[in-house]
Design a protein around this ligand. Structure first.
Ligand SMILES: Nc1ncnc2c1ncn2[C@@H]1O[C@H](COP(=O)(O)OP(=O)(O)OP(=O)(O)O)[C@@H](O)[C@H]1O
Ligand SMILES: [Mg+2]
Length: 212
């Protein structure tokens, strides 16, 4: 039996099915009576949501990769200090739609910023706060993009070229292979019903005999 609140991050490419999986997770946790919050990156606090707009809205001025990285970490720091840590301290589970892995995948593998620079920001600001579990939703980028195109206009990052998303995907898969204990991969090119079933099986595994 365990009483420690868990921190879970959800990762994956554009339209990989993160929001869909989070709905399954929420309904499972509610059913189990596990108190939790669902939050997201970039964003999660009023100020970090403003930073999200700077990151995702299209603009005539090029957002340089380094600026992008720093904005992500600026928003993330607000999110960690004002939302994630206080929730965990209160005993609430935290489900975050993306976390630090996304910076290594997007600004590192995607944009080409050296991993050591991202590692430095992580060590400085995030320290040893790490999700106990990370659900990686994996699908070919073209499939995810097709799925979100049906939703409307693409944002600044969604508008990148396919090679960018292939590098992001490859990074996530490599990281998951290196950190097998933390990561669980679900193939979201499968049907919605299969993805939901696999998400529930994973949740049963990680929630185990957790009691409040
Ligand atoms: N396994 C699936 N089969 C078919 N359609 C799916 C599947 N998973 C998700 N979708 C659909 O694909 C679209 C994108 O899914 P979703 O919003 O969950 O992805 P996301 O990873 O949260 O996207 P974003 O990167 O934009 O936040 C939605 O319309 C969703 O209903
Ligand atoms: Mg989403």
């Amino acid at each position: 039996m365990s009483k420690e609140a868990k921190f879970i991050s959800i990762e994956g490419g554009e339209g990989a099915g993160k929001s869909t999986a989070i709905k399954t997770i929420q309904s499972y946790l509610n059913h189990r009576g596990i108190a939790h919050i669902v939050t997201r990156e970039p964003g999660g606090t009023p100020l970090a949501e403003k930073i999200r707009s700077l990151l995702l809205d299209k603009s005539d001025e090029t957002l340089l990769p380094e600026t992008e990285l720093l904005l992500f970490f600026a928003g993330r720091y607000q999110h960690v200090e004002h939302v994630i840590k206080p929730a965990l301290e209160k005993g609430l589970w935290v489900i975050s739609d993306r976390f630090v892995d996304a910076s290594f995948a997007y600004q590192g593998a995607g944009r080409g910023i050296a991993e050591s620079r991202i590692e430095y920001l992580k060590e400085w600001l995030i320290k040893d706060l790490s999700p106990q579990h990370t659900l990686l939703l994996d699908a070919p980028p073209a499939l995810g993009l097709d799925r979100i195109k049906a939703r409307g206009e693409l944002d600044r990052i969604e508008g990148e070229k396919i090679d960018f998303f292939n590098r992001v995907r490859a990074y996530y898969l490599e990281k998951a292979a290196k950190e097998k204990a933390r990561f669980h991969i679900i193939d979201t090119s499968a049907s919605l019903a299969d993805v939901e079933e696999n998400t529930r099986l994973w949740l049963e595994d990680i929630c185990g005999d957790y009691t409040r």
